[in-house]
Design a protein around this ligand. Structure first.
Ligand code: FAD
Length: 715
């Protein structure tokens, strides 16, 4: 604690101590006030200004120190100064006192809370930023909680001091007026309870609800204004038009069809979008072929004869396309038409909040819809590096069409997609040079995780170039060349083919967002609210085009929220919850993560503990000659509460699922440890991690005593 805080705490502590030690509260009792009213009035008439200043100062001190007696002082204000002066002076004194209490609580405690509960506090602050003024007004008008509690609690939030001040001053005014007015007839008051009749309490309650009603009305006016420039159709053709038939669009349309709403799904390319056609499915199919090739090379690890695989590349690609074909029916027009969805194979453009223009086989038509879901996904971002266009770069979009295996392949990008494809191509016999401008691969993961992958890549023969910033491409003597800046010197990398995997951009071109006055972010994503609505309450976005995550499972998670909010938002809107988001990078070893990494926990100021378990110790891993990698779990210090887990190892994605379940349902490591895991499985690794945590938290004193107890029993 800083010395400034210590001094403030000491002063406040001494003041409160003095108040109770000298029993100063006896001067702030109704009977005392009534008994001395005449003397006090005489003193005041002689020294009005000094009396006002003194009264003001005492009132501020009482409220700022949260001492009992403010109600009696308010009556005194009316009795001694009359309604006019009394109201003015008490209104300001009470608000200034409350604001001082608010500021002191903030000064002493907010940093402490921020260090321990940064994420929770951020959520509270966001809510306070949005609706804090309304809540404060209600709490002041309907005094369910004592005012001193409100002052302190709101001081711990991010509410602006000025907002706290003016809302408090206005909302406390009616109550203050009632008390000051009552004070003018002090003789008639026997008990404090006499002041507030049932009718008066009811009026306050109604006044308290007033801010909420005002908020509702303001919301309606804002909505009216938002739609003012558009003509609402008299009838709608659809309850929901979904633009994009990828993971997000398909789930949205499925939900719409399930609840019997009339849904149109528009897809301009292939149904299934990126995941099926150019993303998860082909990449995982490629990774599997590559793994088999690597297993053949390492067959001697299993007592077999190692052999360099012969890789007929076209047949690897053929297998990938046949896998896509097998999965295709899940996402097909036939399936969705069967579910009752009107599927349109064409392009959609938003004309107004209720109108979508469809371009189908060169024809255009417009449909009217109550709600619109934007699920247009993303595409690979190709950075504007000089000469890059002449390299005819491959991206995740056109990669799956190549028929010849690249000889020397430069993979630009060290993120998950770049790393998965690097390893797969390298294992299939392509000479891969992976170029990353940052200091490590997988920049979202912790250093120990990234280092494990880097070591494996280099062991397998990948030429990984970190801190290499691509500056230009050239063709020299018929050979493609990449020039990089590496710590100030130019590095020349000759290659045959280039694969760009440096990030993705949302698909918003031609979507008609300008007709709605919506500006996409520089990453091409559409900014959404908590309920995934986009500026207009009847337009939603989900999946890659919405961000912040770009995975199939997050697209589906968002799609549920977008569709339910679109169809039932007039009754209740669900906020999308990103608290337990998992992902897996399908390298060998796999990297699975849920929740926070160490770096993120540090950035958020969270006090955490790390428990690790080496998978090299796991019987099943040893039996499979895959004894490498680790599990790392982050818990809040001193608590059995998982805040993040990373698994680096074979089947890392599958092992992760147990942690996802645990985090989602607040299951701690103790419970995981107490659960029987079958032997010998990879998932035992999860249980053994819980065991490591338990060992570190074993009560040492009790164990010592038990030792003594048992040695005594030996005789
Ligand atoms: C190589 C690679 C590997 C990946 N691996 C994984 C993985 O292992 N796990 C994982 O979870 N995620 C993975 N992803 C990410 C995953 O593919 C995406 O997050 C997911 O596909 C996003 O779904 P979406 O519906 O938002 O977008 P998309 O699947 O891109 O679908 C959007 C659709 O909208 C259509 N569209 C766009 N504009 C219009 C318009 N105006 N009118 C009509 N239609 C339109 C597009 O044609 C497209 O089909 C991978 C991605 C890549 C590139």
């Amino acid at each position: 604690m800083s010395s400034g805080k210590k001094i403030v705490l000491l002063v406040i502590g001494l003041a409160i101590l003095a108040f109770f030690f000298f029993d100063l509260g006896r001067f702030l009792e109704l009977e005392v006030l009534k008994a001395h009213q005449t003397e006090l009035e005489a003193t005041i008439s002689e020294n009005l200004l000094i009396s006002l200043a003194l009264f003001f100062a005492i009132y501020v001190a009482v409220t700022s120190l949260s001492l009992p007696g403010a109600a009696v002082m308010t009556l005194a204000g009316g009795a001694l100064f009359g309604l006019g002066w009394g109201l003015v002076i008490i209104s300001f004194a009470s608000t200034i006192g409350a604001t001082l209490a608010f500021l002191v609580a903030r000064f002493l405690l907010r940093d402490v809370l921020k260090a321990r509960y940064a994420a929770t506090l951020k959520k509270v602050d966001d809510g306070i930023h949005r609706d804090g003024a309304f809540y404060l007004a209600t709490l002041r008008l309907v005094p369910i909680f004592p005012f001193f509690v409100i002052n302190i609690v709101l001081g711990l939030t991010g509410m602006k001091t000025w907002t706290f001040y003016w809302v408090s001053q206005l909302a406390m005014l009616p109550g203050t007026a009632v008390y000051v007015n009552a004070g003018t007839q002090l003789a008639g008051i026997e008990r404090m309870g006499d002041i507030l009749s049932a009718e008066l309490l009811l009026s306050f309650a109604l006044l308290g609800i007033f801010p909420l009603i005002a908020k509702f009305v303001v919301g309606r006016i804002q909505r009216k204004r938002l739609y003012a420039n558009y003509t609402r159709p008299e009838r709608y053709d659809y309850n929901m038009v979904v633009i994009g038939g990828g993971s997000a669009g398909l789930v949205s349309a499925y939900i719409g069809a399930t609840v019997n709403s009339k849904v149109m799904l528009v897809e301009r390319g292939k149904m299934g979008g990126d995941c099926l056609n150019t993303g998860c499915v082909p990449s995982k199919a490629l990774i599997r072929s590559a793994k088999i090739a690597q297993n053949m090379r390492q067959a001697d690890h299993y007592g077999l004869k190692a052999t360099e695989p012969d890789v007929p590349f076209p047949s690897v690609m053929k297998r990938i396309h046949s896998i896509i074909k097998t999965i295709e029916p899940h996402d097909s027009v036939e399936r969705f038409t069967g579910l009752g969805v009107d599927c349109v194979q064409g392009s959609a453009r938003i004309i107004s909040p209720w109108e979508v223009e469809l371009e189908e086989d060169g024809q255009t038509r417009r449909v009217a819809t109550r709600t619109i879901i934007i699920a247009t996904g993303g595409k690979p971002f190709v950075p504007p590096i000089p000469g890059i266009d002449d390299m005819e770069p491959l991206t995740s979009e056109n990669l799956w069409e190549i028929e010849e295996q690249p000889g020397r392949l430069v993979v630009l990008g060290g993120g998950p997609i770049g790393s998965e494809l690097t390893q797969a191509f390298n294992r299939l016999g392509t000479q891969v040079i992976q170029v990353e401008q940052g200091e490590r691969l997988l920049p979202r993961e912790d250093t120990d995780v990234a280092d494990t992958i880097l070591t494996r890549f280099r062991e397998e023969g990948v030429d990984v170039r970190l801190q290499h910033k691509a500056t230009r491409f050239a063709v020299e003597d018929g050979e493609k060349v990449l020039y990089c800046d590496h710590q100030g010197s130019e590095v020349r990398i000759p290659f045959d083919q280039l694969l760009v995997a440096v990030g993705r951009k949302g698909n918003t071109e031609g979507l008609g967002l300008e007709n709605l006055g919506i500006e996409p972010s520089p990453q091409g994503t559409v900014p959404t609210n908590d309920d995934l609505s986009v500026v207009f309450p009847n337009i939603f976005a989900c999946g890659d085009v919405a961000g912040p995550y770009q995975f199939t499972h997050t697209a589906a998670h968002q799609a549920w929220h977008a569709a339910v909010n679109a169809l039932f938002g007039q009754f209740k809107r669900f906020k999308v919850d990103y608290s337990v988001i998992p992902w897996v990078t399908f390298t060998s070893p796999e990297v699975g993560r849920v929740g926070l990494s160490e770096a993120e926990a540090r950035d958020q100021g969270i006090d955490y503990e790390v428990t690790t378990y080496g998978l090299d110790d796991l019987d099943r891993a040893i039996a499979e000659s895959e004894a490498h990698g680790f599990i790392k779990v982050l818990t809040r210090r001193g608590k059995d509460r998982i805040i993040g887990a990373t698994v680096v190892g074979e089947h890392g994605g599958e092992l992760l699922t147990e942690f996802i379940l645990a985090m989602k349902h607040n299951i701690g490591l103790n419970k995981i440890l107490g659960t029987i895991h079958p032997y010998p499985t990879w998932n035992e690794g999860v249980k053994f991690t819980a065991g490591e945590w338990k060992k570190a938290h074993a009560p040492q004193k009790v164990i010592e005593w038990l030792g003594r107890y048992h040695s005594r029993r030996l005789g």
